[in-house]
Design a protein around this ligand. Structure first.
Ligand SMILES: *Cc1c(COP(=O)(O)O)cnc(C)c1O
Length: 364
C-alpha cells in the first residue's frame, strides 16, 4: 500500500543524526525541559521569524495554552471553522469557551473572511484561522476584522510549518501561532509535541508558566497551570529535522506541481494557490463528485488516499450541540475531497502508480 503520509520513510533518510540525537539525550540524564528544548525553541523562533517559542505537549495543547494565556475561558466565544482537525475545537472546549463556526472559501478550504462579521458577538474574544493543507488563510482580511472588533488572532499552523503569507511565515502574523509536531506533519516528531510562538514576551511568559503547573520557580505556582511539556527526545529529533524543513517542503511543492501537471485535464478540481502565498502542501487535496467511487477504486490499486476530514465538526456525534445549517461549503467539501499521497520521500515509481490508478478511473 502506498500510504498517504509515511513518517518511517523520513526517519530512514535521517536515521543516523536522529539516532545520535536520541543517544545524546539518553546520555545526558536530563529528560524534561533541558538544553534540547531550549535550543529547539530558539531555532524554531528564528525559523518562523518571531521573538519567542515555547515547546509544549501537542498541537492541541499549543492551542489550549495560547487561548488560556490570552485570558479566554467560560462565557467567551472563539470563531473558527468546522472544516478542520477536531483538535482545533477540542482546544477551544478545554478552555470552557464556545466555538462558533464560519464557512470556508471552497477553493482554498480556509475560513471565508466575508462571513466572519456575521459571527461576531459581544462575547467574541478570539478567532482561530486554520492554515489548511499547508496554505495560509486570508490573513490580511482576518487581521483587519480582528483589529476593528478588538479580538485576538491565534493561528492554527499544525498543517503549515514554513508556509508564507506575503513573505511572512504563518504563525508570525497573529497574536500567537500554534504548531503540532505529530509524526505526519511537515515537521514531525517520533511522538507527540507542539509549539506556541509569539512576538509578545508577556504571552510567552504566561505559556511557560501554564505548561508547568504555573511554576515561576520550582515547586511554587504563581498561576493555576498544568503539565504540557515538550520532552527532550522529541526536541532533539525535531532539531535534526528542522534543518531540512525547507528542503523537504520544496520536495512537497515539486510533487504537488507534478500532480497538477498530470491530472489537470481530468474532471478533478485541483488545489489552487492563493495569491501572494507560498504553500507547503501538507496534503494534496483534490475534489470530485465521484469521490467515494474514486476512493475505493484507487484503494483496490494499493493507493492509500484518505479524506481530511470526512465529517465536519458540527456533524460529529460529540458535537451535536453545535448543529447548524449555514455551512454549505464546509459540508460540500467533506463529500468531495480526497487527499492523495503526499510526503517528500514519495518515489517516482509510486507516483506513477498513483497517476495510473486515477487516470484509469476517469478514462477507463
Ligand atoms: C494535527 C492538527 C492539530 C492537533 O495537533 P496534535 O499534535 O495532534 O494535538 C490541530 N489542528 C490541526 C489543523 C491539525 O491538523
Amino acid at each position: 500500500m502506498i500510504l498517504c503520509s509515511d513518517p518511517k520513510k523520513q526517519y530512514l533518510v535521517y536515521r543516523k543524526p536522529i539516532r545520535e540525537a536520541i543517544q545524546r539525550v539518553l546520555d545526558s540524564g536530563w529528560y524534561i525541559l533541558g538544553n534540547e528544548v531550549k535550543s529547539f525553541e530558539a531555532e524554531f523562533a528564528k525559523y518562523i521569524g518571531v521573538k519567542e517559542a515555547v515547546g509544549v505537549g501537542s498541537g492541541t495543547e499549543a492551542l489550549h495554552l495560547a487561548l488560556v494565556a490570552c485570558g479566554i475561558g467560560k462565557g467567551d466565544e472563539v470563531i473558527t471553522v468546522a472544516h478542520t482537525a477536531v483538535a482545533t475545537v477540542a482546544a477551544i472546549e478545554l478552555t470552557g469557551a464556545t466555538p462558533v463556526f464560519v464557512d470556508i472559501e471552497p477553493e482554498f478550504y480556509t475560513i471565508d473572511p466575508k462571513k466572519i462579521q456575521a459571527a461576531i458577538t459581544e462575547r467574541t474574544k478570539a478567532i482561530i484561522p486554520v492554515h489548511m493543507y499547508g496554505q495560509s488563510a486570508e490573513m490580511g482580511a482576518i487581521l483587519e476584522i480582528a483589529k476593528a472588533n478588538k479580538f485576538k488572532v491565534i493561528e492554527d499552523c499544525a498543517q503549515a510549518h514554513g508556509a508564507l503569507y506575503k513573505g511572512k511565515r504563518v504563525g508570525s502574523l497573529g497574536e500567537m501561532g500554534c504548531f503540532s509536531f505529530y509524526p505526519t506533519k511537515n515537521l514531525g516528531a517520533i511522538g507527540d509535541g507542539g509549539m506556541v510562538v509569539t512576538n509578545n514576551p508577556d504571552l510567552a511568559k504566561q505559556v511557560r508558566l501554564l505548561r508547568e503547573y504555573g511554576w515561576a520557580e520550582r515547586y511554587v505556582s504563581h498561576v493555576s497551570g498544568w503539565n504540557s511539556r515538550l520532552d527532550e527526545i522529541q526536541a532533539a529529533v525535531l532539531r535534526v529535522k528542522l534543518k531540512h524543513l525547507n528542503k523537504d517542503n520544496a520536495k512537497r511543492v515539486r510533487l504537488a506541481k507534478k500532480y497538477t501537471k498530470e491530472l489537470k485535464d481530468l474532471p478533478f478540481k485541483l488545489p489552487r494557490q492563493r495569491e501572494g502565498c507560498v504553500p507547503v502542501h501538507h496534503l494534496y487535496v483534490a475534489r470530485t463528485e465521484d469521490r467515494n467511487a474514486l476512493l475505493s477504486f484507487v484503494k483496490e490499486r494499493k493507493v492509500g488516499a484518505l479524506i481530511h476530514y470526512p465529517v465536519p465538526i458540527h456533524q460529529q456525534p460529540a458535537y451535536t450541540k453545535f448543529k447548524r445549517s449555514d455551512l454549505p461549503e464546509t459540508e460540500k467539501a467533506a463529500k468531495e475531497i480526497l487527499s492523495l499521497p503526499m510526503y517528500p520521500e514519495l518515489s517516482e515509481s509510486d507516483f506513477k502508480k498513483i497517476i495510473k490508478a486515477i487516470k484509469e478511473f476517469f478514462q477507463g
